[in-house]
Design a protein around this ligand. Structure first.
Ligand code: 6PG
Length: 478
């Protein structure tokens, strides 16, 4: 017998993905650099389906039916290149190497081109979201690579993927070469922003409204029955209601408050800077994590003065919590607006032709940012595929209009109490800047022309102009 799919790299993500394929009836060849892991997988989970345990790269490749489908689940970066170099010479034209790690899309573009040109191999950079549980029970899958590879691989991915509430599989061919990993990257950027906004909501409920973590957990549980219904809100309630066994304190109070990151959020911002896309909410989320990690700097700043405002009384707390829900929801609309803008810009830059409605559709299940909200984004793109921005959708625009007074009030309270809310504030600034009829960018242009003769355009005439600032201040055509 031969295997329909192979998985090499059997750390937890690779192992769970292999089990998912096997549980769905596929024969799966498995391989790992140290073969003890391969043996352990077959021993422990062999009863779940058909595995072919292999020791050498040659055995692994020989176990696969043609065209071969070989999934690599190793660390992004050099380990991925090393595995590709090991296997590529053993493969034939038309075989597929599928990278399910969190690779940088630029690496994926390079690998796709090299493998195509040198070996005729189809390289599929595949974003996989949902953590360990998702990999096993159904992740959201974002494959890029050549279209024809999806014809052969797609049906298998559709089987193992998460299903949205309407039954649709959470996988689609995102676009050629690096499109899948690009979309996974932005997914993670949005994940960072969502987490930051939830963190700000939590801090406000605690410091301004005076709620305990357990009470805040209940508030999040209530929110989770409404329009904020999402995996991240759900797990936030779980984390906040958890009590540390050793001390009896709320778990959240015994965890060191320094957030780590592995890089995908940072990439989202770096690439957005290159593409000129304002993803201020995602950027604030990344910066908030790095600020939290500057332990010495924070220690040195403990004596800095803060405001003297008193927290709210108990009677006002519940109304404030409702306002925070509005602020969180409005800020969330803005983060997704920014994230989808980045995907649209990447698609344009690299000629990927990404269907934004399809992206929102495959994020409805399986992934970390899965949420009822994604159905609304899907509906917005269904109603108008060429939507210039999510904020141009009537429903979202109306919801923000309804939320904005509370959103502003929450930021006023945060400012008055000295609670940092960079995510809420950046989102509101983006919203206000977009709807402004005039921006101080005109003044920026004047300054640039003053000190560097960088020229400016006029509102009333075509062309580029320069004012003779050092002379008689007359205007010349540049
Ligand atoms: C997912 C997650 C996952 C990601 C971590 C990164 O979609 O399953 O996005 O792929 O690697 O969540 O998190 P950090 O950068 O916070 O470590």
């Amino acid at each position: 017998t031969s295997a329909q799919i192979g998985v090499t790299g059997l750390a937890v993500m690779g192992r769970n993905l292999a089990r998912n394929f096997a549980r769905n009836g596929y024969t799966v060849a498995v391989h790992n650099r140290t073969s003890s892991r391969t043996k352990a997988l077959v021993e422990e989970f062999g009863h779940e389906g058909d595995f072919i345990g292999t020791e050498t790269a040659e055995e692994f490749v020989a176990a696969l039916e043609r065209p071969r489908r070989l999934v690599i689940m190793v660390k992004a970066g050099e380990p991925t290149d090393a595995v590709i170099q090991e296997f590529a010479p053993l493969l034939e034209p038309g075989d597929m190497i599928i990278d399910g790690g969190n690779a940088h899309f630029a690496d994926t573009r390079r690998r796709e081109r090299e493998l195509r040109e040198r070996h005729g191999i189809h390289f599929v950079g595949m974003g996989v979201s949902g953590g360990e549980e998702g990999a096993l029970h159904g992740p959201s899958i974002m494959p890029g690579g050549p279209r024809e590879s999806y014809d052969s691989l797609g049906p298998m991915l559709e089987k193992i993927s998460a299903k949205a509430a309407d039954g649709a599989p959470c996988v689609t061919h995102v676009g050629p070469d690096g499109a899948g990993h690009f979309v996974k990257m932005v997914h993670n950027g949005i994940e960072y922003a969502d987490m930051q906004l939830i963190g700000e909501a939590y801090q406000l409920l605690r410091d301004v409204a005076g709620y305990s973590p357990a009470e805040i957990a209940e508030i999040f549980r209530t929110w989770n029955t409404g329009r904020l219904d999402s995996y991240l809100i759900e797990i936030t309630a779980e984390v906040l209601s958890h009590v540390d066994a050793a001390t009896g304190k709320p778990f959240v109070d015994v965890v060191v408050d320094q957030a780590e990151q592995k890089g995908t959020g940072r990439w989202t911002v770096q690439i957005a800077l290159d593409l000129g896309v304002p993803v201020s909410g995602i950027a604030e989320a990344v910066f908030a994590r790095s600020l939290s990690g500057h332990a010495k700097l924070r220690e040195a700043s403990q004596g800095l003065a803060g405001p003297k405002a008193a927290p709210l009384g108990k009677e006002e707390a519940a109304a404030f919590a409702d306002r925070v829900e509005q602020a969180l929801y409005a800020s969330k609309i803005v983060s997704y607006t920014q994230g989808f803008h980045e995907i649209a810009a990447g698609s344009e830059e690299y000629g990927w032709d990404i269907d934004l409605g399809a992206v929102s559709s495959i994020w409805r299940g399986g992934c970390i940012i899965r949420a009822a909200f994604l159905d609304r984004i899907r509906a917005a793109y269904d109603a108008r595929a060429d939507l210039p921005s999510l904020l141009s959708d009537e429903t979202f625009a109306r919801e923000i209009a309804d939320a904005q007074d509370d959103w502003r009030e929450v930021l006023i309270a945060a400012t008055r109490q000295g609670v940092p809310t960079p995510g809420f504030a950046a989102a509101l600034a983006y919203y206000d800047a977009l709807r402004a009829s005039r921006l101080p960018a005109a003044l920026t242009q004047g300054q640039r022309d003053f000190f560097g003769a960088h020229t400016y355009r006029r509102v009333d005439r075509e062309g580029a102009f320069h004012t003779l600032w050092g002379g008689d201040r007359s205007e010349v055509s540049a």
